[in-house]
Design a protein around this ligand. Sequence first.
Ligand code: NAD
Ligand code: ZN
Length: 356
Amino acid sequence: MTGGSAAPGPTMRALQITGPGRLEWREVPVPAPAVGQLLVRVAAAGVCHSDLHVLHADRQRPAPMTLGHEIAGTVAAAGDAVSPIPVGTAGVVYLCWSCGSCRECTAGRQNLCLAAGRSAMPPCPGLMGHDGGMAEYVAVPASAFVPTDIAPVQAAPLADAALTSYHAINGTREHLRPGGTAVVIGVGGLGHIAVQILRAVSPARVVAVDLAQDKLDTATRLGADVALAADDTAAETILRLTGGRGADAVFDFVGVDATAQLAVRTVAPGGAYRMVGLGGGAPGIAADGALGDAWPWGASIRKSYAGTRNDLVDSLALAASGAIRADIETFPLAEGPAVFARLERGEILGRAVLIP
Ligand code: NAD
Ligand code: ZN
């Protein structure tokens, strides 16, 4: 390996899952970058609700595993066979560590990499076996490193919260016309950026829905035209606002039964429902019968995962232009367990970012 002058020590601190529901602050070896990898000195790591899903999943994952899939930092060293990205280059880590050579990857749809199998995600740092960025260092494929001058605390949330929101919205652009309506359900880490992306790329009116008033206030400040409490009247209000027709696109950043049903009841004929949240809810549509009556003709559902590498480049450009900016609260990495507990209680506005 070739490296920089400030060589990392043999060990570092990392926030690791050591078993279902168990999060530990541990001393671990600094990874050595393998062939084709870079060693990245982490400057900032975002805390995503997916980290909570992984922490509490029953499914056995390789443990211990360092969490963290929203990573910004600088190149500290390179393994063999890496085209030179100079040591000290700042950037973010693209989270789909896809095969790079299947038909989907070749077409630029790395998030749908065929090597991942039918319903799995491509390898992802801190979620799918590989150690992630809630540590001082992380080893990443050189192809996943995307240079940027954006400050690391701002750049980290772009690696998933912006990427995933942008992908869902960008793939739905033909639905977002002047006079139309887009609904954002869940104005958390992803949703508060989705509101801004919609403002930047679409002429449609934006209706934000959340359970919490502080999240709704955030949505209004960031440009949502209407902010609605997620209660029994939300569907009726959306239908009234849209003259009974419904919303042209519904972006669901929660994905529980209640939000899926809100989408079923409010999406317009020919409209788009994009399910991003991993809450395990089911939209329940049928060709006929009661639910079929509620699901309008021509409406589509997409289970939207992450985004393409190009979507990350576009998200970075949107941030560089000032069109989107994550609301962040920063914490020392050692406080990770307490930050996870706060996210779980709904006490994080925007994105929490950990600093090693
Ligand atoms: P978050 O905790 O920051 O935000 C969730 C928001 O949803 C909060 O504002 C909360 O108040 C609100 N909410 C909760 N229940 C609600 C309900 N019933 N109705 C309306 N609002 C409700 O979470 P996040 O980091 O933004 O992640 C959102 C979801 O997206 C999670 O399930 C996460 O795992 C998932 N996710 C999916 C992908 C993907 O590629 N599909 C990528 C990243 C995150
Ligand atoms: Zn995430």
